[in-house]
Design a protein. Sequence first.
Length: 272
Amino acid sequence: MGSELRKIGVGEDCELAVRIDDYLLPWDIKPPVVMLHGLAESGEAFRRWVPYFATHHLVVRPDLRGYGDSTPMQGTYAYRFAGLGDDIIRMLDALKLDRVFLVGGKIGGTLAMHLTAKHPDRVIAVAAVGAPASLTSFNERAPTWRKQIREQGVEPWVRETTAGRLGSSLPPAALDWWIKLMSKTKASTLEAFLQMVPTVDVTDELPSIKRPTLVITTTGSGLGDVASVKAWQETIPGSKLEVLPGDSYHVAATDPDACAQKVRAFFDRVAT
């Protein structure tokens, strides 16, 4: 029992680093929970969430392709959004996990919804936390970000964009922690990943999601106001929307306790 970091091959060019948190009692086990992080992060983004789940669920926190302790990607690598999903399915197969609860923050939540639509046999329920259905609005920002990262490095870009991402509620020490976490990302990975980001749009997949779905956003999210989030959320049959106060769009980071409790309660209702 405890936490460990494993490396799992998901292709000839990549090993995923996967944090596995196991504090289970053998007689009181619920299905595993897989947590998918966002842009320029790693599975460490969910460290505050772990205590809310790990006593009854195996918690699996992969570093997505190129991120954290996974194999970095070259700047010329052609990311495919569906390919990120394929990596997660290969990881589940390697860990012999049949059906799981999925949680995703930011683009990790977009990926979680994509996986639920495309692989309903592997997902029990899904929570998309601060996640956009479409990232096509980044068509102008992404090239600017890539240029800044090439010229100045990753950390200046992270610092400049943190206010929009995390809003105004976190103390300086918390902001510093997130800046350090995100600044560990290789510039080459971001060069490649940010070329894919503006192509990501799962809007047409949402009506085909047939698993219980929870969407969490904030009143002042920079990724879309409540009305726009509600518009796409309501295309997911039977889904539920939770709105928290705040000006962060990365609500999984700024409000981890509130979000984790809402997601745990939602999953508990699904499991009963």
